[in-house]
Design a protein around this ligand. Structure first.
Ligand SMILES: Cc1cc2nc3c(=O)[nH]c(=O)nc-3n(C[C@H](O)[C@H](O)[C@H](O)COP(=O)(O)O)c2cc1C
Length: 202
C-alpha cells in the first residue's frame, strides 16, 4: 500500500505512523512554572541528538505546560521512564491544568535539581538536567506554520542511581527503559545483545 501523508488516507482503523517509528524512548519531562508549580509529563517524540555537547530534543504538539515553562525558565529535566514507574509515568500524562502539579496528581516523589531549579523524579534511575538551547517552531513545506514545537536542550547535569550501575555500566536489563510504540502500545527492554561496528575494508 501507499498513501500520501498529507491526505492520510491509509484506510486502516488507526493511523500507523507512530507504529512505524517505534520503539521511541520516552522523555519524562519535568519543569517548574514561573509561579513555582512543578510540572511532569511524558514525551515520546524524544531523543538524544548529539553527545559533544550532549543535546536532547523533544516535540510538543502545541504549546503544552512543559513547553511554556521551558520558554519562561530556560530549564527542564528528562527523567528515565523505567518499567517500575510506568503507571506513574502514564498517569502524569493526564491533562492537568497548569496550576495542578502532576507530581502530586501521579503521586511521584520530587528531588531537587542540582544545576537547574526544576525538580526531578526522585525514584528515577537517571535524570538529565538540561538548559534550553532553542525552541524551533518550523514552517511546513507549504510555508504554513506547524503546530510542532521542537525543544532542543543541552544536558548540563546527569543523575544516576547507584544501583543502576552494574560492572561500571548503566544496566538497561536492570533499569528496563519503557518505550512507546504505535496506538496505545508500550514496550520494555528485555533483550540486549552487542554488535560491533565493522572496520572499513576495500
Ligand atoms: C507515553 C506518552 C508519550 C507522549 N508523547 C507526547 C509527545 O511526544 N508530544 C506531545 O505533545 N504529547 C505527548 N504525550 C501527551 C502528553 O504527555 C500530554 O499532553 C500531557 O498532558 C502534557 O503535559 P504538560 O501540558 O504538563 O506538558 C504523550 C503521552 C504519553 C502517555
Amino acid at each position: 500500500m501507499f498513501y500520501e501523508a498529507k491526505t492520510n488516507q491509509h484506510n486502516l482503523a488507526h493511523d500507523p505512523f507512530k507504529a512505524i517509528i517505534s520503539p521511541r524512548p520516552i522523555g519524562w519531562i519535568s519543569t517548574l512554572s514561573k509561579d513555582g508549580i512543578a510540572n511532569l509529563a511524558p514525551y515520546s517524540f524524544f531523543n538524544a541528538v548529539g553527545e559533544n555537547p550532549k543535546m536532547v530534543i523533544f516535540g510538543s504538539v502545541g504549546i503544552k505546560d512543559n513547553a511554556r515553562n521551558i520558554a519562561d525558565t530556560g530549564e527542564f529535566t528528562c527523567n528515565f521512564a523505567s518499567d517500575n514507574l510506568k503507571e506513574a509515568m502514564n498517569l502524569s500524562s493526564a491533562d492537568c491544568p497548569p496550576e495542578v502539579s502532576e507530581f502530586e496528581f501521579a503521586n511521584v516523589e520530587k528531588a531537587p535539581g542540582q544545576m537547574v531549579k526544576c525538580p526531578r523524579v526522585a525514584n528515577a534511575y537517571a535524570s538529565l538536567e538540561c538548559k534550553l538551547v532553542e525552541i524551533i517552531n518550523p514552517l511546513d513545506i507549504d510555508g504554513n506554520r506547524s503546530n510542532n514545537y521542537l525543544i532542543l536542550g543541552q544536558v548540563v547535569g546527569i543523575h544516576i542511581a547507584e544501583e543502576a550501575i552494574v560492572d561500571g555500566r548503566f544496566d538497561v536489563t536492570l533499569t528496563k527503559p519503557v518505550s512507546r510504540l504505535g496506538y496505545m502500545d508500550f514496550n520494555t527492554v528485555d533483550n540486549v545483545y552487542p554488535m560491533m561496528r565493522p572496520p572499513y575494508e576495500e
